[in-house]
Design a protein around this ligand. Structure first.
Ligand code: PEP
Length: 247
């Protein structure tokens, strides 16, 4: 049985004072029936992980380099993230794909690095508005899914997040039928590649304008095992009800 997952992506937001939000979640969710992941900026990972040391809440990162070390000024490797207390890393977020020209091939290389360091890779996929309107969504998802997951991917070391680009930070969400269609499709593609049994182990998250108000209906949708939440993960008063809706 897959354990549901509520994951928060703080993006480039937060300074030391924001750790109060992590502390609040630690207090509010001592024994959750779902997994909780918070991905603050890299500057806060060590302190956030310290706050969560005796809590079931996991701290994650938002990206890693594909190499373990070397001459890559400004980058952070997967072993460094693990060393600083991270248990997971978001890879292939559309903002990385768009702003840093990250390809699915690079995402797969980063996933290899993450797995080698013992990190769970949260691999993001999603179509643009033009692709959605051009009825290309499933083709785009199929291509990104196939190319972003390296061999050795399992439901234990990888989570898939479906995040339509046009729904991120816009307040727009696909219909529940559209979300279900893509999640069912991802599960069927995972079955074809990894086998029916192994495919059942993967957590499939929906991401894009998840809020306390819409979380419950999204979580009731076919093959949705949780959410990757951006803006509404910044404040515990917003993220906590989303976690509760998943429980
Ligand atoms: C995200 O960036 O992963 C995301 C889903 O953002 P938001 O929830 O703000 O749409």
């Amino acid at each position: 049985m897959r354990r549901k997952l509520a994951a928060g992506n703080w993006k480039m937001n937060g300074t030391a004072s924001s750790l109060a939000e992590v502390q609040a979640l630690v207090s509010l969710h001592c024994a959750p029936s779902v997994d909780i992941l918070i991905c603050p900026p890299a500057t806060l990972i060590a302190q956030a992980a310290g706050l969560c040391a005796n809590s079931p809440i996991m701290i994650g990162a938002q990206d890693c380099h594909a190499a373990a070390s070397g001459a890559h000024t400004g980058d952070i490797s997967a072993p460094m993230l693990a060393d600083t207390g991270a248990g997971a890393v978001i890879l292939g977020h559309s903002e990385r794909r768009e702003n840093h020209n990250e390809t699915s091939d690079l995402v797969a290389q980063k996933a290899v690095a993450a797995h080698a360091a013992g990190l769970i890779a949260v691999v993001c996929l999603g179509e643009s508005l033009a692709q959605r309107e051009g009825a290309q969504t499933l083709d785009v998802i199929a291509e990104q899914l196939a190319a972003s997951l390296p061999d050795g991917t399992t439901g234990a070391n990888t989570v898939i997040a479906y995040e339509p680009i046009w729904a991120i930070g816009t307040g727009l969400t696909p219909s529940l039928a559209q979300i279900g269609e893509v999640h069912d499709f991802i599960r069927s593609r995972l079955s074809e590649r990894f086998g029916v049994q192994a495919a059942e182990d993967f957590r499939l998250l929906y991401g894009g304008s998840v809020k306390p108000e819409n979380a419950a209906e999204i979580f009731a949708t076919s093959n949705v095992d949780g959410a990757l939440v951006g803006g509404a993960s910044l404040k515990s008063e917003d993220f906590s009800p989303i976690i509760r809706a998943l429980e």
